[in-house]
Write a protein that binds this ligand. Structure first.
Ligand SMILES: Nc1nc2c(ncn2[C@@H]2O[C@H](COP(=O)(O)OP(=O)(O)OP(=O)(O)O)[C@@H](O)[C@H]2O)c(=O)[nH]1
Ligand SMILES: [Zn+2]
Length: 530
């Protein structure tokens, strides 16, 4: 079924267009294509910019609430590219799928990235459905059956789903967040994201306003299309028809929005006495203008592919592989690779099993003498090192790069010890570095990135909770297909330190919240431990 669905959509859209062409002749379509002039193109680009800005703003609001970084201008670029791809590729959603997965990968959390896009698009659809219900209730005379019925059913479905989400979120969701079952926990996390992304007072007013502004932009483009097609009816008379046409574009049976829109316009314009053929012409002009409005997306697509082509060209390596030897450990047997980096620092990587070039499970572990060797409870490095080696062996293959020169987040061992003393006196881990006149994080990831490349790793599933580490490795050309959490149980000694990492350095440490809300001493769900 999955394989046939895209073809079914295309066949559905083509079917609607063919029926319309059969009944009304192809003239209405040809008229539509002919009516687009320079003024129409300029209006489309201007309105398109405004609607893209509003939609991208909505995406930023939702994504940031889900703790994903997303600067507005990069969101605008991605949105443009998605609109263009939605318009030119079959199925009408591939651009959005690409945007969601890409952003999720860049943020190190694919599922969250996808949820952010689904939520912001859903918010837009809910506003269109709400406006359509308002049309049916206020001017039922312009909505012939079966369109009125379909709109009301859509409205009821939205209300029921929203109520179900709220009620389940307040009941099962609350308990399932602690469940041992991955599926239940996934469901609870999704519900929590729906609440965070759309329903809290920090998001819903902004998301609603931006969705209404986006809808207003689409309607303005429709009015431009109607005027270009020679329709002189007052805007007030046209708006209800256009709202319903926009709703139809959300139906799955379309190609880049084409198909249902033309069908619904033919029906509605016919019922309003404006002529079915005229309706199809308006819909076709709208389709062409919408495609024009998305054209900057083609520019973004080109610019991004040129950029990735450039970064793909290999830059000279600064690390030198010096030695390779077998290293049996308590966790399993590894191959140890010794390198010298550009500063002459000795580096080492451990490889287990046959690593695939893509999606390799990898850990870039910053050296921590106190944690890794002496099992210090001030930080969680030692436990993470053990958990990472265990996870790699369990996986059957993977890499651990032990990054020397990263001690104390790059400030060195003695400075770290001083920072730890300041923390005993009450400063937090960030304030302590600042008080010493040192950077909060001075780590350089170039050598680690080059070692991964040298070992033939093309993309990694990175064991880390640190978004900056993800960004830094990407900056040095490492492709990160997924960020895999590496959570270890906190103890009384490091809870405050971990909280600071969560709050001030934006590390993803959701288990701290779970630990706090679960009964004291009960610990964490076992599955959270790697
Ligand atoms: N300056 C300073 N460095 C510390 C402190 N505690 C641990 N470190 C160092 O922090 C480095 C680890 O960085 P973290 O920020 O804890 O974690 P991370 O490696 O960036 O993130 P993960 O990949 O999630 O483990 C190690 O090199 C430790 O030596 C501290 O209190 N002050
Ligand atoms: Zn440490």
């Amino acid at each position: 079924m999955k394989r046939f669905w895209p073809w079914l959509r295309i066949l559905g859209a083509l079917g609607i267009l063919a029926v319309l062409a059969g009944q009304l002749g192809t003239q209405a379509f040809l008229d539509g294509l002919r009516e687009v002039d320079a003024t129409g193109v300029a209006a489309a680009l201007g309105i398109g910019f405004a609607t893209t800005l509003f939609s991208a703003g909505r995406w930023c609001l939702v994504a940031r609430r889900l703790s994903l970084q997303l600067p507005l201008w990069s969101a605008v670029g991605e949105y443009y590219r998605a609109l263009f791809l939605n318009g030119v590729l079959p199925a009408g959603v591939l651009g959005d799928v690409h945007r969601a997965v890409q952003h999720g990968r860049e943020s190190g959390d694919v599922l969250r990235g996808v949820r952010a896009v689904v939520l912001e698009r859903t918010a837009g659809q809910i506003v269109v459905i709400g406006a359509s219900v308002a049309v049916v209730l206020s001017t039922p005379s312009v909505v012939p059956p079966p369109i009125d019925g379909v709109v009301m059913v859509a409205g009821i479905v939205v209300v029921v789903l929203a109520l179900t989400a709220v009620v389940t979120g307040m009941t099962a969701g609350k308990h399932w967040i602690h469940s041992g079952s991955r599926w239940r926990r996934g469901f609870a996390v999704t519900l929590a994201d729906v609440r965070l992304g759309l329903l809290t007072k920090e998001t819903w007013p902004g998301v609603s306003l931006l969705s209404i502004a986006t809808l207003a932009g689409h309607l303005a483009l429709f009015v431009v299309a109607a005027r270009a097609a020679g329709v002189t009816a007052p805007v007030g008379e046209l708006l209800p028809l256009m709202i319903l046409a926009l709703l139809a574009m959300g139906l799955p049976l379309n190609i880049g929005g084409w198909g249902p829109r033309e069908g619904v316009c033919a029906l509605l314009f016919g019922a309003a006495g404006l002529g079915s053929a005229q309706g199809v012409t308006v819909a076709v002009v709208y389709g062409v203008l919408a495609l024009v409005a998305s054209l900057p997306g083609a520019g973004v697509l080109l610019a991004r592919s040129l950029k990735s082509h450039r970064t793909d060209r290999s830059t000279p390596m600064t690390v030198e592989r010096v030695v390779e030897t077998r290293l049996p450990t308590h966790y399993g047997v590894f191959r140890a690779y010794g390198y010298l980096d550009a500063d002459g620092t000795e580096q080492m990587a451990l490889v287990h099993g046959e690593i695939a070039g893509f999606g390799t499970l990898a850990r870039v572990h910053s050296e921590c003498l106190t944690g890794d060797v002496f099992s210090s409870m001030h930080c969680e490095c030692g436990d993470q090192l053990a958990a990472a080696l265990r996870a790699i062996v369990e996986e059957g293959a993977g890499v651990l790069v032990y990054a020397q020169g990263h001690e104390g987040r790059g400030i060195g061992l003695l400075a770290k010890l001083k920072a730890m003393r300041l923390q005993d006196e009450g400063l937090d881990t960030v304030e302590a570095n600042i008080a010493l006149g040192l950077p909060v994080d001075a780590r350089d990831y170039r050598a680690a990135a080059e070692i991964l490349t040298d070992l033939g790793v093309r993309s990694v599933r990175l064991l880390s909770n640190n978004p900056t580490k993800v960004d830094q490795l990407k900056l040095h050309g490492v492709r990160i297909s997924e960020r895999v959490p590496l959570l270890v149980t906190p103890n009384d000694e490091n809870l405050r330190y971990l909280r600071t990492k969560q709050e001030r350095m934006h590390h993803f440490l959701p288990h701290l919240d779970l630990a706090e809300s679960s009964e004291r001493g009960q610990g964490l769900p076992e599955a959270l431990h790697q």
